[in-house]
Design a protein around this ligand. Structure first.
Ligand code: PAF
Length: 281
């Protein structure tokens, strides 16, 4: 495995891989890798001849400066894990390398980027589109891998790829959970022991809500999930929305779509956790 920090060096490697007819897979990450990322990395390695994992804490997608400052950075450990999985290249550029000048591009990606996280984290998806489009331009991957924990992010990236006419195939991979159900996240390490003990209540409630939903309306299910989680010490639901899995617009009734997903964000103390569950697919 080779660690590359310069765009020009990676571009050179990528053109020689393409000349050799190699299939290239890209896994974009912000580092602080956990088993969820490692599962994605394995999938990427298995399905491609050349696999690139980018490790870059992208400042333009943080609407909260404190969150950016507190974001865990563990490059040496990340590289050791990726080496074990058999990744070909780790791309770990500096902020100056990626943004030698300010990226002023503004993406208009429609409702998928405007609802939920789009509403609560203004500018977040624009920053995600900036960095992911930049990485796609540099690497020109055949396949790119994203975790379904960030359900809306996948929809936004698919909309961006379509709008820019890029050829990359977006591969969505299932959420990886701790044995107690908590969705793996780099932010989990910031939970206090007490918060960590309570955090699985999010997934537990989402799973229970599937049964609850069988004889309750969408509105009642939203209330059930929100009230149950809000009753846990130090937890506050920021939003719980039950949406059409394709356009991410809220559904009113279970008959509104063949693909229905519930998306939640919860503040656990000051750590913002997200998760989602599918009711119908
Ligand atoms: O999901 C993430 O970790 C980030 O949003 C991504 C896709 C690596 C872009 O910085």
């Amino acid at each position: 495995m080779e660690i590359i920090t310069k765009i020009a060096d990676l571009q050179q490697k990528m053109s020689s891989a393409r000349i050799q007819g190699k299939r290239v897979g890209l896994l974009p990450t912000m580092g602080a890798l956990h088993e969820g990322h490692i599962t994605l990395a394995r999938t990427c390695v298995d399905a491609n001849d050349c696999s690139v994992v980018s490790v870059f804490v992208n400042p333009t997608q943080f609407n909260d400066k404190n969150d950016l400052l507190l974001y865990p950075r563990t490059l040496d450990k990340d590289c050791a894990l990726l080496d074990e999985v058999g990744v070909t290249y780790v791309f770990a550029p500096s902020v100056e390398e990626i943004y030698p000048e300010e990226d002023t591009r503004v993406f208009h990606l429609g409702s998928v980027a405007e609802v939920m996280e789009g509403k609560y984290r203004p500018g977040h998806f624009n920053g995600v589109a900036q960095i992911v489009s930049r990485l796609f331009d540099i690497v020109k991957p055949d396949n790119a891998y994203f975790g379904e924990k960030d359900f809306q992010q996948i929809a936004v990236i698919k909309a961006m790829v379509k709008q820019l006419g890029m050829k990359v195939h977006i591969v969505a991979c299932p959420i990886v959970r701790e044995p107690d159900g908590l969705a793996l996240s780099s932010r989990n390490v910031r939970l206090t022991p007490e918060q960590r003990k309570n955090a699985p209540k999010i997934a537990e409630t989402l799973f229970k809500s599937r049964t609850f939903a069988q004889d309750h309306t969408v509105a009642e299910t939203i209330k059930y999930v929100t009230d149950t989680i809000d009753a846990v010490p130090e937890m506050r639901v920021e939003y719980y929305e039950i949406v059409d899995g394709n356009n991410l617009l809220p559904v009113i009734s279970w008959e509104d779509s063949e693909y229905i997903v519930g998306c939640i964000t919860v503040f656990c103390g000051n750590v913002r956790l997200i998760d989602n569950i599918s009711y119908k697919h």
